[in-house]
Design a protein. Structure first.
Length: 157
């Protein structure tokens, strides 16, 4: 999503100063590209900040696989293409690989927090890439003490 932005007017940056690298959970991508009305304004500001280079974002390669499931099931080739173009290393976005280290650490995290393995992979990726916050709409990530979890629903209130 390439949109121009005036950083002085960006409400997202005003509300979350000092938080420069965020991990974007899978639901953030779905809410953005499928334009969930409740969150669209906040998410546009978020992606404007990333596109402008004012904020770094990280997500896992796993995110791409997760977001493609429903469009593939529905035969929605346009949305599949959109996700493939959006989730790649460009601008302020880094798509982290699912490495052996991530998998090993995620297994340990899943065992200790009772998170599903896929969620533990996301959490581990955020920790290993030193993200200052983990943006999601899933409260279960609060089980991970190493993460500063920000719920999208809290941003909107």
């Amino acid at each position: 999503m390439s949109l121009s932005v005036n950083c002085e007017e960006n409400e997202y940056l005003k509300r979350y100063p000092g938080q420069r690298r965020r991990y974007l959970d899978t639901n953030i991508w779905i809410y953005t590209w499928e334009e969930y009305p409740t969150f669209v304004t906040d998410l546009r500001e978020l992606f404007q900040s990333i596109d402008a280079g004012d904020l770094e974002a990280v997500t896992s390669e796993l995110t791409l696989a997760e977001v493609l499931v429903k469009p593939a099931r529905d035969g929605n080739l346009e949305l599949q293409t959109l996700y493939r173009l959006a989730i790649q290393n460009i601008g302020g976005l880094h798509v982290a690989p699912v490495s052996r280290e991530v998998l090993s650490e995620a297994a340990q995290l899943s065992a200790s927090t009772n998170l599903k393995l896929l969620d533990a992979i996301h959490a581990t990726t955020a920790i290993l890439t030193e993200c200052s916050t983990f943006l999601t709409n899933d409260k279960l990530f609060r089980r991970v003490s190493q993460l500063h979890v920000v719920l999208l629903s809290d941003m909107n209130s």
